[in-house]
Design a protein. Structure first.
Length: 970
């Protein structure tokens, strides 16, 4: 069929000029060249740039030249990015040195800042949480800066936890976690119990099931199941129904890596982690009642004085104030029972429900995140149960229908059933042999340790255990036996391989295990059995206790003294010794076991570091308490020899690596901590250990001597060490003790004036110790060879001369015997020592008794003071040994001299001595002898020098005035 032709009308072309039509009654159009007189205006605000403003007087400025008030004003801006930059500016101010400005404006700052944590924009909330983390250390640095605003902070947190937006709830959890990390007392104490109860109630709502939140909860196992179901349905629709059963079983057995928690489950996990921190900060923790809490929290008291170190009234590791504080803490915990405990009880059903959701899949398929948060569930449940232990202990028969009681019973059924605890994956045997599985095993052991602590809480709740489906005796025995068996088997597994002990997460497993052992070893109270049953239980418990302590000890001795595991075991052992010393242990500790602990304590001394000194102090007091009660049969043997060897290495400051030693041994020796690395207070405390040692080998005494010779040891510790060895002189050989004291007194001294003064004080203390030993005339005979050898040097400093004079003085005092025929007693010292002492006295007095003219500054100098004290001690020694020494001293002083200048100087020395009050009585008794010596000098130099004659006349005049008692002495 032919298409019909369509006729089209030709379009008209537009005209070049359009001529408007004019109509009647309308306004005539304006001409094209008419000027418009209409005006349109708009206002533009030009703000001044902040970088151009002069803010020199501001306390703090950001890099954008903004002050704190400007930043706080921008927090209320309608633009989210402006609010974000304002929060970043607050974070910048918190990192500046002048951050005290923030503390001064804490009220205004928190009032403007806290709403930003609940902002609708995610970028603003992220910046707010980052600024919150930066502001917390600054605000907490001030005393009670945050405390007045604790309730305000808690109100905003509660508002964030109940917000409709999931993101706001998540960021509120992040902010709460940051606060619990930095200042947990703000929510625990300052906010009050009501605010804490509201927070716990909000956490319960976050942890509850999907129906309670209006969101369907779906964990990773549900997702995997849905994926498998959809896949199988698709295959069935495509005609793949005839799949072989063997292939299905292989696919089911194949392990699939679970996906990360998504949606509401991730929010519940985040809430669980923060709740774990909150319950831990409240103080409930893993304590099974106040007794267990006091046992775990024991810390040894510091020792303030040397008297306390040496003389313990009783072998007690902790001071009375510690137990008092523990009891007061327990009373406070009981007294604060109120609304927050009730809200904590409401958490238990939500925790149990979340646990059951996590266990819907296979145990082997649990991801790291699921295992971690399941551990949080167990620890939170333990904290809730421990906080309500008193309520469960006093429950009556008619009250057993209570929801919390029934939930507690159900929780025990689900978490602590024989098939649930201990919880290990089916592939644990193969994982144990693989290096890649070490971290996995550590993670599962951490989970089982948390379950063990929960079991220890239930073991102290007989009313709950009686409601378990299994019989009471069987359930109690089974649960307690499983806990002990798990602890012993786990420690044995880590003992077998050094690689397992070297795993980075080892301490995360060991510390919970030791806490479990501590809880098991505590006596169970409130069971209500008969005395016969209790006795049988104690016998069985004593054997179990012995097995537990032996397992811990076997692991303890295998650990390296530098490892974290060794320090954890040391803290555990110290606590157990404290409990044993107070008599609260079920069974007395065996001495072979305690001796292994003593060896480990001695090993710890060589690895003390500044950050672990508190543990070292506690170990020191524990070691002292053990040594005070050590039986005689354990004072010797290889173990005690090893302890004394380690102590000698610790105190030996002069030891150096030997060339015959291997390079590894040399490095170990240089890496050991020595006594001089401690502070002055710690040196004084650690010296006290020497008093309680059963014996003193020569190597140990040599090491102690090196301490007394070192300038890095405080003078109080040296004096204390001298006193200790003097008190224990019955356990020492006299020759060894005398060698120690003499070496201490004759130790070389640095050139510093302060160090020289301290050394002289120590020498004086040693001399008093010599006199207290009551050696009589044996002391001069013992010290004579040493003093002669020390005096043989030609050039000696005033400090060395002072030391010799003090030792000579001690010999004179020790050998002084009363004599009724003479007015003054005579010292029975050897004639050779008399000659040496006379020569030394003449040398000192000639050199320092008479000094030339000096300025005031020279007279007040420390060197001049040392010389003055040296002359005084020399004069007092001459006065003390007057009967033996004074006549010989005068003869030596006025001996014939070839040079007149020497004689003149000595006459001036004699004149100075005559005018000294210390020797006034001695010159009075030897006046005739002095007159004869002066006459002899005058005859020898009758016309040699006018100055000699003048000095002789002055001396005779002074002697005459001295005889009549009118000579002014000084």
């Amino acid at each position: 069929m032919a298409r019909a032709a369509v006729a089209t009308k030709a379009k008209k072309k537009p005209a070049d000029f359009k001529r408007p039509k004019r109509k009647v009654g309308r306004r005539a159009p304006q001409a094209a060249n008419v000027t418009s007189v209409g005006i349109t205006s708009r206002r533009i605000n030009l703000l001044e740039q902040s970088v151009l403003q002069d803010k020199g007087g501001a306390a703090q400025l950001t890099h954008r030249n903004l002050t704190l008030p400007e930043l706080l004003q921008q927090l209320g801006h309608y633009n989210a990015h402006v609010r974000q930059r304002a929060l970043q500016g607050l974070r910048e101010l918190a990192g500046q040195e002048m951050a005290s400005n923030l503390r001064a404006n804490a009220g205004v700052l928190l009032e403007r800042f806290l709403p930003a944590l609940l902002d609708e924009e995610a970028v603003v909330r992220d910046a707010a949480v980052a600024a919150w983390r930066a502001l917390l250390p600054v605000l907490r640095a001030g005393e009670k800066t945050l405390a007045p605003f604790a309730k305000l902070v808690a109100v905003y947190f509660c508002s964030g936890l109940t917000h409709l937006q999931v993101g706001v709830r998540q960021d509120a959890l992040r902010a709460i976690g940051a606060l619990l990390d930095e200042a947990p007392e703000l929510l625990r104490v300052d906010a009050g119990r009501e605010a804490l109860a509201r927070l716990l109630e909000n956490f319960r709502d976050l942890l509850s099931a999907a129906q309670a939140q209006g969101i369907r909860m779906m964990n990773s196992y549900d997702l995997l199941a849905s994926v498998d179901g959809s896949g199988s349905s698709a295959k069935s629709q495509n005609g793949r129904k005839n799949q072989k059963p063997s292939q299905k079983s292989k696919q089911q057995k194949k392990l699939k890596k679970p996906k990360a928690p998504s949606g509401a489950l991730a929010l519940r996990f985040a809430a669980l982690k923060v709740l774990h921190k909150l319950l831990a900060s409240v103080g409930s923790g893993v304590r099974a009642g106040s007794n267990a809490g006091a046992a775990i929290g024991l810390r040894s008291a510091s020792v303030p004085t040397t008297k306390t170190l040496l003389l313990y009234p009783a072998p007690v590791l902790v001071a009375s104030g510690v137990s008092a504080s523990a009891s007061s803490t327990a009373s406070v915990a009981v007294g604060t029972t109120g609304s927050w405990q009730e809200k904590a009880r409401a958490l238990l059903p939500a925790l149990l429900e979340l646990w059951l959701e996590c266990l819907e899949g296979e145990t082997d398929a649990l991801s790291d995140g699921h295992v971690e948060h399941m551990m949080y569930i167990v620890e939170c449940a333990t904290a809730v149960m421990a906080a309500n232990t008193d309520r469960l202990l006093t429950v009556e028969e008619e009250s057993k229908g209570d929801e919390f009681f029934q939930t507690s019973v159900r929780l025990c059924d689900e978490l602590l059933a024989p098939e649930s605890f201990p919880m290990l994956p089916s592939a644990s045997a193969s994982l144990a042999a693989a290096t890649d599985g070490l971290g996995l095993l550590s993670r599962w052991h951490g989970m089982n340790a948390a379950l063990s602590k929960l079991a220890c809480v239930y073991l102290r709740l007989p009313s709950v255990l009686r409601c378990i489906k299994v019989g009471e005796a069987q359930q109690t025995e089974s649960l307690e036996h499983r806990v002990r068996s798990y602890v012993i088997s786990t420690l044995a597994k880590y003992q077998e391989s050094a690689e397992l002990r070297a795993v980075a997460s080892m301490q995360n497993v060991l510390q919970p295990l030791l806490e479990v052992v501590t809880l098991i070893l505590m006596p169970v109270q409130g069971h209500g059995e008969s005395s016969k049953d209790v006795g049988q239980a104690d016998n069985g418990a004593g054997d179990e206790q012995k097995l537990l302590l032996e397992a811990v000890t076997r692991f303890y001795v295998l650990c390296s003294p530098k490892s974290v595991s060794f320090r954890c075991c040391t803290a555990f052992v110290v606590d157990q010794l404290a409990v044993a010393m107070r008599g609260q242990q079920r069974q007395r500790l065996a001495w072979p076991l305690v001796m292994q602990w003593v060896v480990c304590f001695a090993d710890l001394l060589g690895q003390l570091e500044p950050q672990h000194m508190e543990l070292g102090r506690r170990s020191l007091l524990a070691l002292i308490s053990v040594l005070k009660q050590l039986p005689a049969e354990y004072t010797s043997g290889d173990q005690m020899d090893g302890v004394l060897t380690n102590l000698a290495s610790f105190f030996d400051l002069a030891a150096a690596p030997d060339a015959s030693m291997t390079e590894e041994d040399q490095q170990k020796m240089l890496a050991r901590t020595r006594f001089d690395a401690l502070g002055a207070a710690d040196q004084l405390a650690f010296v006290a250990l020497v008093y309680h040692l059963p014996r003193y080998p020569v190597a140990l005494l040599r090491a102690l001597t090196s301490c007394c010779k070192s300038a890095r040891i405080c003078n109080e510790a040296k004096s204390f060490l001298v006193d200790i060895l003097f008190q224990r002189r019955d356990a020492l050989d006299l020759a060894h003790l005398m060698s120690f004291l003499v070496s201490t007194a004759l130790a070389p001294v640095d050139a510093g004036a302060v160090q020289q003064q301290r050394q002289l004080e120590l020498v004086d203390h040693v001399c008093r110790t010599f006199l207290a030993m009551n050696l009589g005339n044996s002391l001069p005979r013992i010290l004579a060879p040493t003093l002669v050898k020390a005096q043989a040097r030609e050039v000696m400093t005033p400090v060395e001369l002072h030391t010799l004079v003090l030792l000579y003085r001690a010999c004179v005092c020790s050998a002084t015997l009363p004599n009724e025929e003479q007015q003054k007693p005579r010292s029975e010292i050897p004639a050779e020592m008399e000659r040496e002492l006379v020569g030394l006295s003449v040398k000192i007095l000639v050199a320092y008794a008479v000094t030339g003219p000096s300025s005031k500054e020279q007279k007040e100098s420390k060197q001049h003071e040392q010389e003055r004290r040296l002359v005084e001690i020399c004069l007092s020694t001459l006065a003390l040994g007057e009967t033996n020494l004074f006549a010989s001293f005068l003869d030596e002083l006025l001996a014939p001299q070839e040079q007149s200048t020497v004689l003149i100087h000595r006459l001036r020395v004699l004149q100075t001595l005559v005018r000294t009050a210390t020797l006034a009585e001695a010159f009075g008794r030897h006046q005739s002898h002095v007159a004869q010596l002066i006459q002899t000098v005058e005859k020898q130099h009758d016309a040699a020098s006018e100055e000699v004659a003048q000095l002789v006349r002055q001396l005779r005049g002074d002697l005459e005035l001295l005889a009549v008692g009118k000579l002014s002495t000084k």
